[in-house]
Design a protein around this ligand. Structure first.
Ligand SMILES: *Cc1c(COP(=O)(O)O)cnc(C)c1O
Length: 430
């Protein structure tokens, strides 16, 4: 199985964390997002335990854009994770879940004055500042509120990870952050240090996504530590915190590599410790911002099969009752997924088809060219590893209601997000 929380039971049905997903589909309807609570927690603990063990001081922060709803924030709070937030919507959701904001890091390349004021008012611990304009906005609002704001500066170390272009953010020409190479990183550091209302804590970089080895993180930390050393020499300021961003990859299909995150964190720590020694720095508090690797394999989506269309000599289509409205990742990035006919789990796979959604859009494809047991109408299709960037990217395109989110935990299942209703769709229409 693509992930060890997926199995097949005596009814020949797919199970997720021991739960028959066909039963869950019957109980809650389809399409349905299912999360494995235990797996979310285990993934948090892999980071937490390894970072505590290998760094003098460290904190993993869940990049909540990967999956943002109240239940997830409650779990992050219980697991002692920090959080990354990128909008006041995420901040508000975290607050509603009772998540303290001291360890919240507020990202975004374009925070409006309203965003800045909301975050400062509600005590968001850190701003990860993208550019100089943002520093001025924080200063203006802090002066009025007589507050001082802790800040990390987001820098671009100029690294080209060999992942897909759209998820590659560490290059000099990125829309995110200030580039070290162009001197802009030093300029914004000077500016931050000159401002009374800004409490500069350190620096941040985020190099990419779906990264499967430590090489990228090692090169990233070397560039960042060189920069920290340069700033120390020139301005007598030594950063206390260094965030290496997110990005460890997850296995979506059998051909994807497997990654031992704890081992990789150990390698990064050894490298950072020896490099700090070499350039005469104290080892900073180390932050990481995993998103995908916390929730992706803790999620599965199930759909009901509708139309099956065979076009002899061309191709076949299996249409399901969801699509790009609940999973836009194939349309956006050509992302791969592993699929099953959940009620014919171990049957012979002999039917090749594109599994498509029901939106009026040709690119509304969940996955092309998958070979499955031939399904019939009302069979259940399970798409694995959908816990990251599926629900959080869901839309109401074609006025389709967003699915419910259900959690399984031990022998319990419970609703975390209700299915949207037709009335929800018109709630804001005047
Ligand atoms: C998207 C993002 C992350 C999380 O990346 P994953 O690949 O999901 O781990 C972390 N930090 C920042 C700044 C991001 O933009």
């Amino acid at each position: 199985m693509i992930c060890n929380n997926i199995g097949v039971n005596s009814k020949n049905h797919i199970t997720f964390s021991g739960h028959d997903v066909c039963e869950l589909a019957k109980k809650y309807g389809t399409p349905l997002y299912i999360y494995d609570e235990q797996r979310v927690r285990e993934n948090c603990r892999i980071y937490k335990d390894a970072m505590d063990k290998y760094f003098p001081s460290a904190l993993p922060c869940f990049a909540s854009k990967a999956a943002a709803f109240k239940r997830i924030y409650e779990i992050m709070k219980e697991e002692g994770m920090g959080i990354d937030v990128v909008s006041i919507g995420e901040i508000y959701t975290a607050m509603k879940a009772g998540m303290p904001l001291d360890n919240a890091y507020f990202h975004s390349n374009n925070k409006t004055d309203e965003d800045v004021a909301f975050a400062i008012e509600n005590g968001v611990g850190y701003f990860v500042v993208d550019n100089a304009e943002e520093l001025f906005a924080i200063e203006r609002i802090c002066e009025k509120a007589c507050k001082r704001q802790k800040v990390l500066l987001r820098l671009t170390p100029g690294i080209d990870t060999h992942t897909y272009e759209a998820v590659n953010t560490g290059k000099v020409d990125s829309k995110f952050g200030s580039a070290i190479e162009t001197g802009q990183a030093e300029e914004i550091t000077k500016l931050a240090l000159s401002m009374n209302t800004i409490d500069l804590k350190g620096f941040h970089c985020h190099i990419g996504s779906q990264v499967f080895d430590s090489d990228t993180f090692l090169r990233g930390s070397e560039i960042m530590l060189d920069f920290i050393a340069l700033i120390k020499t020139k301005y007598s300021y030594e950063a206390e915190e260094l965030s290496l961003g997110g990005g460890y990859g997850v296995k979506y299909v059998e051909s994807d590599p497997e990654i031992d995150i704890a081992e990789n964190i150990k390698q990064v720590s050894e490298y950072i410790k020896s490099y700090c020694d070499k350039v005469g720095l104290n080892v900073p508090k180390l932050l990481m911002e995993p998103g995908r690797s916390i929730v992706a394999d803790a999620g599965m989506t199930v759909y009901s099969v509708g139309t099956i269309k065979e076009i002899p000599g061309y191709k076949n289509y299996i249409s399901v009752d969801g699509g790009m409205t609940d999973n836009i990742r194939y349309a956006l990035y050509g992302s791969e997924y592993t699929l099953f006919v959940a009620n014919k789990a171990a049957d012979e796979a002999n039917f090749t088809a594109d599994v498509v959604g029901r939106c009026c859009e040709s690119d509304d494809i969940i996955q092309p060219k998958v070979t499955l047991p031939k399904p019939e109408r009302n069979d259940i299709i399970a798409v694995c590893t959908t816990g990251a960037y599926n629900y959080s990217m869901a839309s109401n395109y074609n006025r389709i209601c967003r699915p419910a989110v259900v959690f399984v935990s031990g022998d319990r299942d419970y609703l975390a997000v209700k299915r949207e209703t037709l009335d929800d769709l018109v709630a804001n229409d005047i």
